[in-house]
Design a protein around this ligand. Structure first.
Ligand SMILES: Cc1cc2nc3c(=O)[nH]c(=O)nc-3n(C[C@H](O)[C@H](O)[C@H](O)COP(=O)(O)O)c2cc1C
Ligand SMILES: CC(C)CC(=O)C(=O)O
Length: 393
């Protein structure tokens, strides 16, 4: 594997201690604790914190914890499976790795380590526009299904070039993130003094540096409305234009309001990712698992609906699928695994999650992903002793 310039964290323990570390790590939360101990404070702050007061970031996790599961008994689930078809392709499980900028902040091999683990665990990886390894280099070394996350750029020719690069490199889908026209309010980063170290650079955008530099920063005292990124902010017409520029399926990431579903479908998109960016953009947005049913109802099975935010347990995945998601994406825990033990840590995170999902399915009486949706595992009407959902009988 090609070595990237040394970065902040070189936390691959020697073999003996790696084995010991992994044996003691029982769940994703254990990786979070260890990553926090290992990483410099400012890096931890960037990777972990939500925007402003971190309300949405906490809600994402809390809302999942607060949903009780209603398992079904005596159903016989031997030979069950987590496999599914998504956008016409086979996936071993409904788990994908969410797009995240700068994996090199967590580990010196950056996205190369993540993609190695994703390949070993047959898990789809969404590579960020802001990856610290170029999209081409990740693709050359990948054995996992790759999707490319695209921020619509202020200049159409740059967006077009990025699309062409992703297509030529063999990415299977584009994920267009629409909830981050500007950066969220990162108070924690400010307090910790976070600055992007030179080793973690947005290498995919470097060929366009001259054009992008011209956008400039907000001057002190200047209105945010006058920020060049706000002036160049994409709209629905930009999304419709983008969909016409590619043969790849396009998913739109960052929808929360059911009222945005129809305009998105009108653009010709192929999938929706319900997301509040892990609570890193607008603080105060509801937890994604709460908004999911509204989006699912508005979509009415016309395209797949995926969700991310706060997923830390296999049972969280079951809850999201029971609320109508076709698949989920997992963010921060992947970076925690990466920080603690490189690609081995990421593979272990994915393995833990997949095992928990299978265990949860067995204990819920669900032999398949379709079963999770159909068994009434979250039927709220059961809380007050009311009628059991027809589909759950
Ligand atoms: C460090 C970090 C960087 C991120 N960078 C991106 C990005 O470049 N593009 C994007 O669409 N989302 C980005 N996200 C948001 C994730 O894709 C995802 O929506 C979120 O992390 C899911 O929540 P979770 O971390 O609680 O699982 C980032 C998240 C984190 C934690
Ligand atoms: C470069 C950024 C916009 C990356 C991002 O999406 C995030 O930090 O949440």
């Amino acid at each position: 594997m090609k070595e990237i310039a040394p970065v902040q964290n070189d936390n691959i323990p020697p073999d003996a201690s790696l084995t010991e570390t992994l044996a003691r790590v029982a769940c994703l939360r254990d990786y979070e604790v260890r990553a926090r101990q290992l990483l410099p404070r400012a890096i931890w702050s960037y990777l972990q914190c939500g925007a402003a007061d971190g309300i949405t970031s906490r809600w994402n996790e809390q809302a999942l914890q607060d949903l009780p599961l209603w398992p079904r008994m005596l159903r016989g689930v031997a030979n069950g499976s987590t496999a599914l078809e998504l956008l016409g392709r086979h996936h071993a499980s409904p788990i994908l790795i969410a797009p995240m900028a700068y994996h090199a902040l967590a580990h010196r091999y950056g996205e190369l380590a993540t993609s190695q683990a994703a390949g070993a665990m047959q898990t789809g990886l969404v590579v960020s526009t802001q990856s610290s390894v170029s999209l081409e280099e990740v693709a050359r070394n990948a054995h996992a299904p790759l999707w490319f996350q695209l921020y619509i750029q202020p200049h159409r020719e740059i967006t077009l070039d990025l699309i062409g690069r992703a297509e030529r490199a063999g990415y299977q889908a584009l994920v267009v993130t629409v909830d981050a026209p500007i950066q969220g309010l990162r108070n924690a980063d400010q307090r910790a003094g976070f600055q992007l170290p030179p080793e973690a650079r947005p290498v995919n955008l470097e060929p366009y540096a001259q054009q992008l530099n011209r956008t400039g920063a907000v001057e002190p005292g200047q209105s945010v409305f006058r920020h060049p990124l706000v002036a160049a902010m994409p709209d629905w017409a930009s999304l419709a234009w983008l969909v016409r520029q590619t043969s790849l399926p396009v998913l739109v990431k960052g929808l929360i309001h059911p009222g945005d579903v129809e305009p998105a479908l009108d653009c010709g998109i192929d999938g929706i990712i319900v997301s509040n960016h892990g609570g890193r953009m607008l603080d105060g947005v509801p937890a994604t698992v709460h908004v999911l049913p509204g989006i699912v109802a508005a979509v009415g099975q016309r395209v797949p609906v995926l969700v991310d935010g706060g997923i830390r347990r296999g049972t969280d995945i079951i809850k999201c699928l029971a609320r109508g998601a076709d698949a989920v994406l997992v963010g921060r825990p992947v970076l925690h695994g990466l920080a603690v033990a490189g690609s081995t840590g990421v593979a272990h995170v994915l393995h833990l999650l997949r095992t928990e999902l299978e265990m949860g399915m067995v204990l819920c009486g669900a032999a398949s992903i379709a079963d999770i949706r159909e068994l009434g595992l979250l039927d709220s009407r059961m809380h007050d002793g009311g009628a059991v959902h027809a589909a759950a009988r």
